[in-house]
Design a protein around this ligand. Sequence first.
Ligand code: SAH
Length: 444
Amino acid sequence: MLKKNSIYTVKITDINNLGYGVCRVEGIVTFVAGAVTGDEAQIKLIKVTKSYCVARMEKLILPSEHRIDPECPLFPKCGGCVYRHVSYDYEKELKRGYVESAFRKAGIDAEIAGVTSDNKITGYRNKVQYPVGKNGEIGYYRTKTHDIIECESCLLEEPVLHDIKRFISDFIKENTVSCLRHIYLRCGAATGEVMVCLVSEKKDFNGLSTLCNEVCERFDAVKCFAINVNDKDTNVILGEKTYILRGRPYIEDELMGCRFRISPMSFYQVNHSMTGLLYSKAAELCGLKEGESFIDLYCGCGTIGLCIAKKTKTAELSGVEIIPDAIENAKINAELNGIENASFICGDASDAPLKKCGCVIVDPPRKGLTEKLIAELAEADIERIVYVSCNPDTLARDCAVFIEKGYQLSKVYPFDLFPRTGHVENVVCLSRKSTQETKQFPVN
Ligand code: SAH
């Protein structure tokens, strides 16, 4: 049995998607924070279990060729980036490997494309949600804790958001505001419009109207200033009620030639230029022919479906989404973009009315699809299902079920919407085997 605090010299052989270097110590898999594939290092075991160990790097004897200077004083204390200490080329390789292994674990021998990226690895995030401490400190959580590390300017974010954050931070410290839980900011990358949403335990506090007025007057770009009330003791950031204090209840942005209204409660991808590339691939995989209708499940404010509808002369688009404000946005977004044959329903995607159509797009949250929805999609005999996913593990799990039900998996296309973090987006197409066979061997 290995002993805690013992020291070993090891060669690191991999990095996992949490950014830990991986090696073996007397055959036991060991995770080393900050270590990189190829490093030779002296490590100290800080946790020993029967199946794995966790170690700290004591001394880097020979650095890996993949290493770079992290350029961020908060790395790796802040839980945001996990790959800041390796070259971006190597990060893309790691992400492709992560997707490949997710499919392998699900029993699928999938073909994985190289990671698509625009190689913009700083300033790409147009949405931030900073936790706020009781003394007004604003920043990010230290990895695996709820301690806040103050963060002056995060390299991943749109710089305009830093100035607003700093202004709010100074104000709440000066005015000893203690009821704020998060500062949620979003910026339209194409329009520059900014939304400020304070997430607070209370609907009002001393100084709120002054703060609102000062932010809006100082920062012209702010078009929507809101307060969201969350008094529940959970990890969910946003509460149910949002009140608009100044400006409009939305910001607008442009994406792939479409204009979108986005409310504070609506989902909108955080990386604008990569989203265009992702949606273009989704559109290509949908393979819609003129006049074919399609369904967009988990449609948010309608972005994927409307971008595709604008480019293809489709018969009809039906979208389903659970957040009412996002559905309101989607309906208006269809009008704004002159798309008449679109309808949007607010509800659970698993209860969506499915009808025979050219294609169904699904873009669920990290937990993936329900078994019920997969069964119903297969039952409705949908020919092509384009699956957009931010979680390779649940994507692979769900693809395995579709394959069992007679679907064929396309190549898997990873898109790096989140450079430097452990996350990677993917899109695949699942098509009915029978339709392809029918094409080759006509039944009649
Ligand atoms: N396709 C959109 C949104 C994807 S994010 C885009 O690209 O912008 C996933 C969306 O699923 C979110 O908008 C979330 O509110 C929604 N959602 C979560 N659970 C849902 C459910 N059970 N039924 C329908 N929509 C759901």
